[in-house]
Design a protein around this ligand. Structure first.
Ligand code: FAD
Length: 124
């Protein structure tokens, strides 16, 4: 396994996989992390479906100290699916309703392309 990737995707659900496809098509290296069978697509019964959990939070702290802003239970993004932290993108159910595959893959596509574009710019 490579030690460094241009784009790292957390969560192999519809949003994450679509982001991976589009980032890879843009010819950047991509790593997808997570467990496929945990996707909500594979669940017959779901409690507290969607979101970050039961408790409302104000942010997700990253290892480097950056904090991704959260609006109660959903991650906020701009139109390129970028969070308030440059280079960190979010897509799919985690961004809020409607909780549909079509929305997840659409946002995943946008996020994957935006992440790949950023990675290429940084590598230049
Ligand atoms: C019972 C049910 C029926 C549904 N029916 C339909 C339908 O008919 N039509 C429709 O369009 N939509 C339907 N949906 C909604 C659809 O499944 C979701 O909108 C879609 O799966 C969202 O994709 P996602 O990639 O955003 O999230 P998910 O599919 O939830 O994928 C998230 C991924 O991230 C991973 N992950 C989460 N946390 C971590 C972590 N900390 N570390 C690593 N990995 C992590 C999970 O394992 C998972 O693989 C249904 C959902 C359910 C539950």
């Amino acid at each position: 396994m490579k030690e460094k990737y241009d784009v790292v995707i957390l969560g192999p659900g519809p949003a994450g996989l679509q982001a991976a496809i589009h980032a890879a098509r843009a010819k950047v290296s991509v790593l997808v992390m997570g467990r496929e069978h945990k996707s909500s697509l594979y669940k017959a019964h779901v409690e507290n479906y969607c979101c970050l959990g039961e408790e409302k939070v104000t942010g997700l702290e990253l290892d480097n100290g950056d904090v991704v802003e959260v609006d109660g239970v959903f991650i906020e993004t701009d139109k390129q699916q970028q969070t308030n932290v440059p280079g960190i993108y979010a897509a799919g159910d985690i961004c809020g309703p409607p909780w549909q595959v079509a929305k997840a893959v659409g946002e995943g596509c946008v996020a994957g392309l935006a992440a790949a574009k950023r990675a290429k710019k940084i590598k230049k």
